[in-house]
Design a protein around this ligand. Structure first.
Ligand SMILES: [Zn+2]
Length: 340
């Protein structure tokens, strides 16, 4: 029911409309998974309430490479019709420190991720990396405030948060009620405009800020020791990519990203670990089809409202949530391509 309410949400002013349309692309994806899962977490928190926050149930995580743990946001039985998926989030443990890669979608989820970290190490949590503005990835940041970490984001993340943060919080409270309590927008304290290395103690993470692609504030993380490439939402596997930055920019980024050798990659949505760069090919194929067919629709004089019907139909059936996201992807792409 909250999903339907969200889809029916009417926006305030024309000026805000485009941003909010794009914003809710991330938001719907977020709410789709958290609603059912939050019930489980709520029970866990209630069970631990008498003993305090330390008793919060740990989020299930998988160690995909030595010291790298990922929570899988996607249920195996996920389909276009169900609402069970949220982002892949996790953490990396060095000899002296821990880095969180996306604190999750709410204070409750961030707390559960923190409990998972404490189940594996006592090392201080020095860094909380916010891969991009979407709420399913970063609204859990307040759960790490008492650790006094550096909150690290793309140089354009503060602007995106200023534009959308309050909206994301409003919708979270509207959909989850008390379950959203404690959730805050936490702005980054360290900004990345190009590259940044983090030393976790005999373990170096290289962060890279990207040009407009999935959003205009995407970060990737490369673990040098295990050659694990954490792409967050620059890589969607099985679930249809959401275009909230630049279609052409994303294709360009993929050309560069797939040149980087890695032993495995972590997508923002999909399995916790995939082969690289092979796992990027379906995404590249989809984005290329959208670009090709949208240009053709514009050239043929087809209006923006109907263009999606003729764009990338070859991709239907190959992605989860295709019908939910494809029309808005085409609308965003049409606006990007119509004046080129
Ligand atoms: Zn995203």
């Amino acid at each position: 029911m909250p999903i339907r309410l969200l889809l029916c949400f009417q926006f305030g002013t024309p000026v805000e409309r485009q941003n909010e349309l794009l914003a809710r692309a991330g938001l719907v994806l977020f709410f789709a998974g958290i609603i059912r899962r939050s019930a489980v977490l709520a029970v866990a928190v209630l069970l631990g309430a008498t003993a305090g926050r330390a008793e919060t149930a740990a989020l299930p995580v998988t160690e995909i490479a030595s010291g790298i743990f990922v929570h899988n946001g996607v249920h195996e039985e996920a389909s276009a019709a169900n609402e069970d998926a949220i982002a892949n989030i996790g953490f990396v443990i060095g000899d002296e420190a821990v880095a969180v890669i996306d604190p999750g979608g709410s204070f409750v989820q961030g707390s559960a991720l923190r409990a998972a970290i404490r189940a594996h190490t006592d090392q201080p949590i020095r860094y909380v990396i916010l891969t991009h503005v979407h709420p399913d990835h970063i609204l859990g940041a307040a759960a790490f405030r008492d650790d006094h970490p550096d909150f690290i984001g793309h140089a354009k993340l503060p602007g995106a948060l200023a534009q959308r943060g309050e909206y994301y919080l409003r919708r979270l409270h509207s959909a989850l009620g008390d379950e959203a309590n404690g959730t805050e927008v936490v702005p980054p304290t360290v900004l990345v405009s190009d590259k940044l290395d983090l030393d976790l103690g005999h373990r170096r993470l290289t962060l890279r800020a990207h040009g407009p692609a999935h959003t205009d504030n995407d970060l990737t993380i490369f673990d040098q020791i295990t050659r694990t490439f954490w792409l967050a939402d620059l890589l969607f596997v099985d679930r249809i990519p959401v275009i909230d930055g630049s279609l052409i920019g994303w294709l360009k980024q993929l050309d560069e990203l797939t040149e980087i050798p890695a032993d495995r990659a972590v997508p923002g949505h999909g399995p916790v670990s995939v082969a690289w760069p092979a796992a990027a090919e379906p995404e590249r194929r989809y984005l290329a089809a959208v670009a090709h067919d949208t240009r053709a629709a514009i050239k043929a004089g087809i209006g923006i409202a109907n263009a999606y019907r003729q764009v990338a139909n070859s991709e239907r059936g190959k992605w989860l949530l295709f019908d939910e996201y494809h029309p808005r992807n085409v609308t965003a792409s049409y606006k990007e391509l119509e004046w080129e």
